[in-house]
Ligand binder design. Structure first.
Ligand SMILES: *Cc1c(COP(=O)(O)O)cnc(C)c1O
Length: 388
């Protein structure tokens, strides 16, 4: 039998990490001790008090049945309470919060609610690869809005051509930013609200990293900007805050009509997150400060070790205020891909080439500090010995 792949998947480039994984396997088969600093997936386990809550939830037969589509009411209340405490943002748990099976799920499904074939979806580049893919899955045209070093990795929204703005239905933004580690201040978010209301473009802000920050820095929620709820939504996740990437629990909050749109899509695709996980999520959010400083401290220490290594290797970067990544410039004369290939083949270190996050990531590479401190120290030793 010879069936075809639909164009929507046939035309996709291989997933960012697939190519790197293949090369890594090849090296490991040759007996190389590969240090992989590629994927952003915390090595530190989920805090015990959250695991205990899951156990309790798992034993309750009430939780073994289909959950509600929008999430348990108690989970939505916990999200609203957390937004109030953490950001001083008011949310109505009944209309302005929806539970997600990880924020990736919500991001991937959102364009189905807002984009028709022929519409444009804007997204920050470099960025999380799911943004353009989800726009094109919905039949839309993804349009890359560059975020560049000369503008502190914030987009120049006024530079988006008029005809594109007219056709655009939404824009994906993300601060603290993966991969550039850039952060956004209130003034920028105010400009985003203005841009959205002038051009009638829904803001989809991905806030996955607001709790991973250093040196006393406290990242903002987009919803703290005046008028934000009129023009946008925010995706959030327990994955990064609580080292819960494997649990698949997140949420979207903000504009009522947009949240209802996502809810409507989800009603037709999934049946909600396992209630025992939502129950554990409630306990996590209600005690979000427990151990948070310690977790931040570990990532901060690793950041400092790696950045010192970059200094010694003569590579440029901005010291990250947030996220568990370091974004640095590759040596002059090499492309991102050439650099990461060379680093893997000569030193056995996996870094993600910047162009894997979009064309405007060219010239950079990203490392993740979600690997043991010992391995990061080893990687730095090898990096310093590599000649470019
Ligand atoms: C990790 C990540 C997510 C996805 O997190 P989930 O585990 O799906 O909640 C979303 N956006 C960015 C930018 C990320 O780095």
């Amino acid at each position: 039998m010879d069936f075809k792949w639909a164009r929507r998947i046939a035309k996709l480039p291989p997933y960012l990490f697939a190519e790197i994984d293949a090369k890594k396997k090849e090296m490991m088969n040759k007996g190389v001790d590969v240090i992989d600093l590629g994927v952003g997936d915390p090595d530190i386990p989920t805090p015990d008090f959250i695991i205990e809550a899951l156990k309790v939830g798992a034993e309750d037969p009430e939780n073994h049945r289909y959950p509600s589509y929008q999430g348990m009411r108690s989970f939505r209340v916990a999200v609203a309470d957390w937004y109030k405490e953490r950001f001083n943002v008011d949310l109505d748990p009944d209309t302005e919060v929806v539970a997600l099976i990880g924020s990736k799920e919500g991001i991937a499904h959102a364009p189905l609610a807002f984009i028709d074939p022929g519409d444009v979806g804007l997204y920050a580049d470099p960025g999380y690869p799911v943004y353009p893919t989800s726009i094109s899955f919905a039949g839309g045209e993804p349009y890359a809005v560059p975020i560049l070093k000369e503008n502190n990795f914030l987009p120049d929204l006024n530079a988006i051509p008029e005809d594109i703005r007219k056709r655009a239905q939404l824009i994906f933004l993300n601060y603290p930013n993966n991969p550039t580690t850039a952060v956004a201040e209130e003034g920028f978010f105010k400009d985003v609200v203005d841009f959205a209301s002038k051009n009638n473009i829904l803001i989809c802000h991905d806030a996955a990293y607001t709790e991973i920050a250093y040196d006393g820095y406290n990242p903002l929620s987009f919803l703290q900007a005046e008028g934000a709820k009129d023009v946008g939504i925010e995706f959030h996740s327990l994955s990064k805050t609580f080292n819960m990437t494997g649990w698949r629990i997140g949420f979207a909050v903000g504009n009522k009509k947009a949240i209802a749109g996502i809810g409507k899509v989800k009603t037709n695709i999934d049946s909600g997150a396992f209630q025992a996980i939502q129950y554990a999520g409630i306990v996590a959010l209600q005690n979000y400060k427990l151990g948070l400083e310690d977790r931040r401290h570990i990532f901060q220490e690793r950041r400092d070790i790696f950045c010192k290594g970059l200094d010694e290797a003569g590579l440029s970067y901005d010291l990250p205020k947030a996220t568990f990544y370091v974004w640095f410039e590759v040596p002059k004369g090499l492309t991102s891909k050439e650099f990461s290939s060379k680093l893997l083949s000569e030193s056995g270190i996996v870094v993600t080439p910047g162009n894997g996050f979009g064309e405007y990531g060219e010239g950079y590479a990203r490392v993740s500090t979600t690997f043991s401190t010992e391995r990061i120290i080893q990687a730095v030793e090898r990096l310093k010995e590599t000649k470019f």
